[in-house]
Ligand binder design. Structure first.
Ligand SMILES: [Zn+2]
Length: 64
């Protein structure tokens, strides 16, 4: 029943009551879970465009 504090992806606030917005599963390596605080959760789009990560420019723009 332990709640892990997560950082809000929107306001970067550490919240002890994170709301899971999206779970990004990569082909290799650990995925990234996107959390938001209770205040920011409603501001996130209902359906995150995960596919956009693949259809968009990849490789270019990643490294900087
Ligand atoms: Zn927030």
């Amino acid at each position: 029943m332990s709640v892990t504090a997560r950082m809000c992806a929107r306001c970067a606030t550490i919240t002890e009551r994170p709301v899971l917005i999206a779970a990004v599963h990569q082909g290799s390596g650990p995925g990234a879970d996107i959390y938001a605080c209770a205040d920011c959760a409603p501001a996130f789009p209902p359906a995150p465009d995960v596919l956009d990560l693949f259809s968009g420019r990849r490789g270019e723009g990643e490294a900087r």
